[in-house]
Design a protein around this ligand. Structure first.
Ligand code: IVH
Length: 684
């Protein structure tokens, strides 16, 4: 057993030694011990720290992941605004930049060329050699302090060594190496979670997570490229970076001093080619004037320094033969054309399919069968076809013509005015759309059956067990237990197996049972009537009270409800005019799902209104509309949604619709003001 003193000394030594190994591994990429050795040291430290928590050092390697969840990030003003760089896309523009620089300086500048990392900017502040702040860009003026997350990035030192200034900031880019990105996405695919489109999005999403332990698992990395502070350790950018390196900070090794345009261009060419071999994404290079004195002479525009510029690479583009065009019907009925391609390498992955977006794009591309097409990767997961290699076109090939009928259900497609997409209008009977409706039915804001999330409902549909929402309520344990299916991801590379064991099957059945308590307004929303979102469903449920009244409601009655316009009213009418929908409701109803609003039956305290019916419309000065409705019931009246010949009173507030007023007049409905109403019921 160690004495207290010995333990303290050992904790200090181990912390120091492990920090050094971290630095060698994560910053220099030159480990000197095996992972096994490293883990042994870490374990020893953890055990000692547990026994002697009073000796845990603030920069202990075990402290990278703080135990606390970060509730939210503190917004902090940047000491120096975080500017961006001017972008260029051609060598001529770089020559222009060089001209401008030379003109102002009247001397020959030395440039430092660097890679432009495709990640998220971060500003790290070190005070007395300790990391004290990590700010994101935010709006450039103030950003989020994500220090708890930054501490989990192993290449960011928590403490420095050497002759660092008392306080300085160093900026850089947090990024996710491509291998971590691929692992993360395949894990997410397996869990049925949405994928990140690219490593940049993954890095920025990760850095903003609230649980640092989760961030730690994302394997982020960071290169630092810009020092700021009152007392820089040298007179130029390059030397300052070299100093930063000495203090333990991770500075990119891919730097070049350039003295001519030719040297700059060759750096560009080198990395435009070489970037495929890098383990992380870059989207260009950055050219900076090296001398701080010269930087000062050049100064800044409102948005960016005049002493630096970014050159952005053109998106990588390849040409490959088109094999066929497939048409995918989405959950909403939108039809997307997709090009099946001869597999080709593009920016580190094999591409077999690319989006063609819509019929207009196909026409604009003048796409013919068998064409060689140019493919580019944009910000999305699926690459896109950006052009046709006309020189490669065979004679007498037919143009690609957009399909006229749904490939899933055969219904004729429609295209709404001003919309680019074609739709399959068979929304209640087309398989992918049924799946979409089922997913909507179980979603959180609808019936909230989350035990059926993450692809489980899709599997029940694919297995033929659930064809519509009513089938959910007759599922049995025997049907669910042992159910299994393997799904292949879109790129055909990943497999996801869904299987229902005992617990899953039970959870599903419990979730379904619980959903029977869902209030009517949510059930109505769950039906997925087109244009009947959450708010509309609430209004309709409130106005009509139950599904039968809603079913019988006329177009006029529907539009007289607040916020219900022609489009929604038509959609509701059309929903109930489809006998399949009515049959579905009956089937669901039999299982005890709520199809009427729970009314807090207002106690009638004095039957002054004797069952007379009221429609309330507009805004009132004395009481809210809900309060007035309550009063009507309290005094024995009835609230109805729409003006009809049976309505006794229209309680008219400010700004009520002219149509309603006109209708009330025509039908001889008595129109009263708030004041008149109060006089009737309360006598004043
Ligand atoms: S220097 C005052 N160097 O690109 C400008 N930026 O719009 C300081 N970036 O905001 C930035 N690699 O997020 C600099 N080697 C590099 C960079 C780099 C990537 C990012 C950074 C910046 C943006 C430019």
């Amino acid at each position: 057993m160690l004495t207290r003193e010995e333990a303290q000394k050992r904790i200090m030594d181990l912390s120091h030694e492990i920090n050094l190994h971290n630095y060698r591994y994560y910053v220099l990429s030159q480990p000197v011990i095996s992972d096994f050795e490293f883990d042994r040291l870490l374990k020893e430290l953890e055990q000692l720290e547990q026994a002697f928590p009073e000796f845990v050092l603030p920069d202990s390697p075990t402290q990278r992941i703080g135990a606390d969840l970060t509730k939210e990030f503190a917004q902090v003003r940047h000491k120096y605004p975080m500017m961006s760089l001017g972008n260029t896309y051609s060598e001529e523009e770089i020559a222009d930049f060089d001209q401008r620089v030379r003109k102002i300086l009247v001397e020959v500048p030395e440039y430092i060329c660097e890679l432009k990392y495709d990640g998220v900017a971060i500003g790290l502040t070190y005070r007395n050699g300790r990391l004290v702040q990590a700010l994101t860009r935010g709006d450039g003026e103030q950003g989020d302090d994500v220090i708890a997350n930054a501490r989990t990035i192993k290449s960011i030192p928590l403490t420095l060594w050497g002759d660092y200034p008392d306080e300085f900031e160093i900026r850089g880019e947090v990024f996710m190496p491509r291998s971590s990105f691929n692992n993360l996405n395949s894990e997410r695919a397996q869990k049925g979670l949405p994928l990140f489109a690219n490593p940049r999005n993954a890095a920025s999403g990760s850095l903003k997570m609230l649980d640092p332990a989760e961030v730690a698992s994302r394997n982020l990395d960071c290169f630092l490229y810009h020092m700021l502070g009152e007392n820089p350790p040298a007179d130029d950018h390059y030397q300052c970076l070299m100093k930063a390196k000495e203090w333990g900070l991770k500075v990119s090794p891919y730097l070049a001093k350039c003295h001519s345009l030719e040297e700059i261009y060759s750096f560009i060419h080198l990395w435009d080619q070489g970037r495929k071999e890098l383990p992380f994404d870059i989207d260009g290079i950055v050219i900076k004037v090296n001398s701080y004195r010269q930087q000062q002479m050049l100064g800044y525009t409102a948005k960016s320094p005049r002493w630096a510029i970014a050159y952005k690479f053109k998106a990588e583009r390849v040409s490959t033969p088109l094999l066929s065009v497939a048409y995918q019907v989405g959950r909403t009925g939108a039809v997307t054309p997709v090009a099946n391609l001869e597999p080709v390498q593009l920016a580190g992955t094999t591409v077999k399919r690319a989006s063609l977006h819509n019929a207009d794009i196909i026409r604009k591309l003048d796409l013919h069968e068998g064409d060689h097409v140019f493919v580019e990767k944009g910000g999305e997961i699926i690459p896109k076809v950006v052009g046709v290699d006309i020189a490669m076109r065979m004679p007498d090939t037919a143009p690609v013509i957009f399909i006229t009928h749904c490939p899933e259900c055969g219904t004729q497609l429609i295209r709404q005015e001003n919309e680019a997409a074609h739709y399959c209008p068979n929304e209640y009977h087309c398989p992918p759309q049924i799946k979409g409706k089922l997913e909507h039915f179980i979603s959180r804001k609808a019936m909230n059956i989350d035990s059926l999330g993450e692809g489980k409902i899709e599997m029940l549909f694919d297995k033929g067990l659930v064809k519509d929402p009513s089938d959910l309520y007759s599922l049995t344990y025997a049907q669910l237990f042992g159910l299994e299916k393997v799904y292949i991801s879109e790129d055909g590379l990943k497999e996801k197996k869904i299987s229902f064991r005992e617990k899953t099957a039970q959870n599903i059945l419990e979730g379904i049972e619980q959903s029977k308590q869902t209030p009517f307004e949510k059930v109505l929303y769950a039906l997925g009537i087109r244009y009947a979102g959450e708010t509309v469903a609430k209004k309709l449920a409130g106005a009509f009270g139950d599904i039968d009244k809603l079913k019988e409601a006329t177009f006029e009655e529907l539009i007289s409800v607040e916020e219900i316009g022609d489009k929604i009213a038509e959609s509701v009418r059309s929903y109930f005019s489809d006998p399949d929908n009515v049959a579905l409701i009956e089937k669901i109803r039999q299982h005890g799902i709520r199809f009427s609003a729970e009314k807090a039956v207002a106690e009638i305290i004095e039957d002054k209104l004797g069952g007379k019916s009221f429609v309330i419309s507009g805004v009132f000065s004395g009481y809210s509309r809900d309060r007035l409705k309550e009063m009507i019931e309290k005094y024995g009246g009835r609230n109805v949604a729409a003006v009809s010949s049976k309505t006794d009173y229209l309680l008219a507030g400010e700004g009520m619709g002219p149509a309603k007023l006109k209708k009330a007049r025509e039908l001889g409905v008595k129109i009263i003001s708030e004041k008149e109403f109060l006089k009737i019921v309360e006598g004043f």
